[in-house]
Write a protein that binds this ligand. Structure first.
Ligand code: NAP
Length: 241
């Protein structure tokens, strides 16, 4: 078994995921770069390695059972366990996204990646996480997932959304159920809200950098044993549900 802390970040070839991988790598951890496209994955691994990170590529499409099973096998062969899983991969889906305009195909695609993909990867990795002394799972949520904020008059959450925002609310709900199931075990699972970050997901319209957007996930990935589980957080602390 590896002495180093082993992390896997999904969707780590660009955007916030790449910066989470860099942040965890800077702690001296070994970081699996989960990404579906071979070239983009290898480019990200090369970039991280050039920055001194012990990075390795993990072919991973979160919507594909066989790909996820193969990723779990790769991590097991390499390290024998997994200490930290960051479920960061996500898609915005097609536009328009208003409830009256969203297509069933788009809704299905967004839920398949943003919710079912997280469940698929988490369940495949849990046996490896249970071998860790301090297992942590971080799911990438969003302020737009908060029904409290969505129903607060004047809250600035971008456009009306019938697929993306509800998919993250669904993810929050599923994560709370994982936390209840895993209570009493060393596994902590929490949700991160990265803020409005300039990435391909929003056509680079976000107002903060991917490095800033990675901070909450990195903090939740490094929680001490007396840290919270089942919470929704941003840089400033708890976010209302
Ligand atoms: P991004 O730059 O578009 O990155 C998304 C990542 O997810 C890419 O690496 C992408 O890989 C990967 N991905 C998508 N579908 C995948 C699949 N089926 N299998 C494996 N990987 C897949 O966007 P980002 O802004 O960094 O988003 C990262 C996370 O933060 C997402 O969950 C997003 O919802 C969340 N978030 C972002 C913001 C924001 O303002 N940007 C705000 C709140 C939450 P490819 O390169 O192969 O497409």
């Amino acid at each position: 078994m590896s002495e180093r802390t082993i992390a896997l970040v999904t969707g780590a070839n660009k955007g916030i995921g790449l910066e989470i991988a860099a942040g965890l790598g800077a702690l001296g951890w070994s970081v699996g770069v989960g990404a579906r496209d071979e070239q983009r994955r290898e480019d990200a691994v090369a970039k991280l390695r050039a920055a001194g990170v012990d990075a390795f590529g993990v072919p991973l499409d979160v919507t594909d059972d066989a790909s996820v099973a193969a990723a779990a096998s790769l991590v097991e062969e390499r390290a024998g366990r997994l200490d930290v899983l960051v479920n960061n991969a996500g898609i915005a889906g097609a536009w328009p996204d208003e409830p009256s305009a969203v297509t069933p195909e788009n809704l299905r695609a967004v839920v398949e990646t943003n919710v079912i993909g997280v469940v698929r990867v988490t369940n495949a990795m849990l046996p490896l996480l249970r071998r860790s002394a301090h297992p942590r799972i971080v799911n990438q949520s969003s302020h737009v997932a908060s029904l409290t904020l969505q129903t607060t008059p004047g809250a600035d959450l971008g456009g009306v959304s019938g697929a993306y925002s509800p998919s993250k609310t669904f993810l929050n709900a599923v994560t709370v159920q994982y936390a209840k199931e895993l209570a009493g075990t060393p596994v902590k699972i929490n949700l991160a809200c990265p803020g409005y970050v300039a990435t391909e997901l929003n056509g680079f319209h976000g107002t903060s950098t991917p490095a800033d957007g990675a901070k909450t996930a990195v903090r939740l990935a490094t929680l001490p044993d007396d840290g919270p589980s089942g919470g929704l957080f941003d840089d400033a602390g708890p976010v209302p549900w």
